[in-house]
Ligand binder design. Sequence first.
Ligand code: AMP
Length: 202
Amino acid sequence: MRLVLLGPPGAGKGTQAALLHDTYGAPHVATGEIFRTNIREGTELGEAAKQYIDRGDLVPDDVVIGMVMDRITEPDCADGFLLDGFPRTVAQAEALDRRLRRPSVPQEPLDAALNFEITEEELFRRLVGRAEREHRSDDAEDIVRHRLEVYHQKTEPLIDYYQRQGLLIPVDGIGTIDGVHGRIRASLEERVQVSAVPSDPR
Ligand code: AMP
């Protein structure tokens, strides 16, 4: 299963990607998480990304694209992946498409792009709660406003991009976590050939 999760910050992509990982077994590749880990560990990549993340800007395409292409070449991604937070620009989406079309690597095209739909009021409510709970400095209100502008400008065009490829699956992001998960599973099972992994008997 090769999925892209699209949607504004706070739409529930990370939460739902984690549940999809539990259900289908595909690795959850979350670019924001990879950056935050690198910042915590003080790596060069973390250093390069931090200034952009703190301002609520996107990390430059070449940095993100290189990082994700390396990640999806790892053996655990051979049968699929759940891309959470990537692509965020048309250039990133094109780079991913080019990679998945390359005959030299055993990669198949994407199965679907899940587009999380949610109102701006609900986003603010969630992100302000997350800033308090997780101390994510980029969830402070002025930075959130900027991240939403960046989303509209740079990421929203991807809705059209995947719609034209016939890959877009809209997801109503409002509701309980389990309710949203159930709706995603129903859409995927209708549109894409997927099977759940047996649950851990422990
Ligand atoms: P997230 O946890 O997905 O909200 O990402 C947190 C921050 O990491 C974003 O606001 C960006 O600064 C950066 N980031 C994550 N993914 C990408 C991406 N695909 N392209 C550029 N910047 C990214």
